[in-house]
Design a protein around this ligand. Sequence first.
Ligand SMILES: O=C(O)C1=C[C@@H](OP(=O)(O)O)[C@@H](O)[C@H](O)C1
Ligand SMILES: C=C(OP(=O)(O)O)C(=O)O
Length: 422
Amino acid sequence: MTQLWPAPVARGAVHATVPVPGSKSITNRALVLAALADGPSTLRAPLRSRDTELMAGALRALGVEIQDGPDGSWQVAPGELRGPAEVDCGLAGTVMRFVPPVAALAAGRVTFDGDPQARQRPLGTVLDALRELGADISGSALPFDVHGTGKLTGGTVTIDASASSQFVSGLLLSAPRFEQGVTVLHEGKPVPSLPHIEMTVAMLRAAGVDVDDREPDTWRVAPGEIRALDVEIEPDLSNATPFLAAAAVTGGTVTVPGWPAQTTQAGDAIRDILSQMGAQVERTEAGLTVTGPAELTPVDIDLHDVGELTPTVAALAAFATGRSRLRGIAHLRGHETDRLAALQNELTKLGGAVEQTEDGLLVEPRPLTGGSWHSYADHRMATAGAILGLKVPGVVVEDIATTAKTIPDFPGMWAAMLGESA
Ligand SMILES: O=C(O)C1=C[C@@H](OP(=O)(O)O)[C@@H](O)[C@H](O)C1
Ligand SMILES: C=C(OP(=O)(O)O)C(=O)O
């Protein structure tokens, strides 16, 4: 259902403390590792949103038991992986790229499908790689079937992961259970979102798996047991960014509690980006506190490692004192939607001046006026519209409910931040 959401205008500088739910990327990796582990796992403070419920649903369909603990945790008990099963990927890149290798370890047929836009997202590379590693798969995009025998040979595979780091992460996460483990070699333009692969490697190692990533563009995972997990999931730092942006654009102060001192989340890069734009950024025991400047400085910035921050950064750039250049993000054309086209279209509709380059965007601040803001079923497009609406009266975000992909109650959190009722 399409829901029209008049984005609230900030009545002044925004001052708030905003607790943010768990990380999508960590939760979905932890679920996959727990499903393949040598015993029952506990995931504390996991994200409960569409993407993570889809991941849990996919793993349950394959025979894994996932139950709610009394404290909001997820208790995961691995079971014998088997089909027949149906997996709904929704629009979740993590589900469509991380679960096929798990399905290749199951006995029986597993059918995958997802939202209409998911059928357009790059995926064939993962399926081809799995075929080379011994899997029987019919199809090269959603929908497709995996016909597993209960085991997979594994071995060495060369892929082009320039469209998505998730191609690599998906193969690595299940690889300890492949008979020969895996060696993934990348050949092609640089792999985007490398911190996300580093997160995968760190989580595998924390579960006792031997991973060798010393050579660039090469990852080796030895076959072996995955130790059961008992983990506390960090807040989602990328999902924190619209709230921090609210401080930045209104000259207010927003604190996100529980900001980790050390993290593998790519979203941590927002600290440096906001500093570059003139905000005061401080991490303490209380969390991360951002205080907005009187005027935002434009940036010329490479977001290749942290493309998922682009919608937030583009919204910030629309209020800067000059032209910003966002680079290294051609792969965003294959995200939830073509994010470069979507940002250009929607900002232009409000009176902005945005150009697409081969690998990014040029954002020229202009006086903006209200109007409809399409979300394209993209949670981060919807939250970018909310940021703009803080300062531009009359922005109406279409399909705000799409934010539930990774935030269970974005409108409620936004209203609470502004001291309003949703
Ligand atoms: O592995 C992950 O958890 C993610 C990897 C990145 O994907 P791409 O490499 O496709 O950009 C990121 O943008 C996405 O939001 C989450
Ligand atoms: C690209 C994103 O998601 P996905 O995990 O579906 O690829 C994102 O959250 O910005």
